[in-house]
Design a binder for this molecule. Structure first.
Ligand code: PAF
Length: 283
């Protein structure tokens, strides 16, 4: 596996692959890779001849009080994992390669509406940072396909919308969440959990499962959300929100909508855990 950190060498490598007729899949990450990321790489390899993984802890998507400085950076370990997964190229640019201008002069990509609700309402500017960096990575790597985890369901929809609205010639593939045996969704931020918190963390998946059961048996949306919030609180978490939305666009469901998603975010110690569950509701 090749490691490239600058644009000139990246473009040279990508051009050579294109001339050889190879299709390219990109897996954008912030590193500290776990089995969830490796599943994305496996999916990417199934679809394209060449797989690029990017590792870039993107300052633009962190709020001023958030964990940008503390975010785990484990490049040597990540490199070994990617090597064993058969990745062709690891692209690990510096902050100045991605953002040559100061933040206040940086061109931004905004997906209004979708970016302002749920996690976007609690983390102002977060999805502008995500959309901007993903758009830049697409322009740098010029992949045919990009692969993202469904754990970050709102992020996946923001990226799909951005790609469609800007007519970017990149297919977007969402991959189901990878979980620990007790249901906890894999996340780099799970590493922040103390052992006693880790034992309580599966409450998020449990609350989502109970909420899905409630919806399937005709329970109303407000009651479902309220019960899930209480369940999280009883487990010792601090819920940010639990919300039932239309899976297609995260708008509030109409009574005739059956394809729904339940999304939850909750604090446990220093970790903000997010998760979601799709549910088909009888109409
Ligand atoms: O999901 C992530 O790891 C990040 O938000 C992404 C998509 C790599 C953009 O920085």
């Amino acid at each position: 596996m090749e490691l490239i950190q600058d644009l000139t060498n990246l473009r040279r490598r990508v051009r050579a692959w294109r001339q050889a007729g190879d299709q390219i899949a990109l897996v954008p990450t912030m590193g500290n890779l776990h089995r969830g990321h490796l599943r994305l790489v496996q999916e990417a390899r199934a679809y394209a001849q060449r797989t690029v993984v990017s590792i870039f802890v993107n300052p633009m998507q962190f709020g001023p009080q958030e964990d940008f400085a503390a975010y785990p950076r484990t490049l040597a370990q990540d490199r070994e994992l990617l090597e064993t997964e058969g990745t062709d190229l690891l692209f690990a640019p510096s902050v100045t390669t991605v953002y040559p201008r100061p933040p206040e002069e940086q061109t931004r990509v905004e997906v209004p509406g979708l970016s302002d609700i749920l996690c976007g309402a609690r983390r102002p500017g977060h999805f502008v940072g995500v959309a901007t960096v993903v758009c830049k990575l697409f322009n740098m790597v010029q992949p045919d396909l990009a692969v993202f985890g469904e754990k970050d369901f709102q992020q996946l929809l923001v990226i799909r919308r951005m790609t469609e609205d800007l007519c970017l010639p990149v297919g977007i593939l969402g991959v189901p969440t990878v979980r620990e045996a007790d249901g906890l969704a894999l996340s780099s931020r799970n590493g922040y959990l103390l052992p006693e918190e880790r034992a309580r963390a599966p409450a998020v998946r449990r609350a989502l499962g109970d909420a899905a059961d409630g919806l399937r048996t005709g329970q109303g949306l407000a009651e479902t959300e309220q019960r899930a919030v209480q369940e999280l609180q009883q487990a010792g978490l601090r819920p940010d929100y639990v919300s039932v939305r239309r899976a297609a666009d995260l708008s509030p469901p109409e009574p005739t909508d059956s394809d729904l998603v339940i999304l939850a975010a909750a604090w446990l110690g220093k970790a903000r855990l997010i998760d979601n569950l799709r549910v088909s509701r009888p109409t």
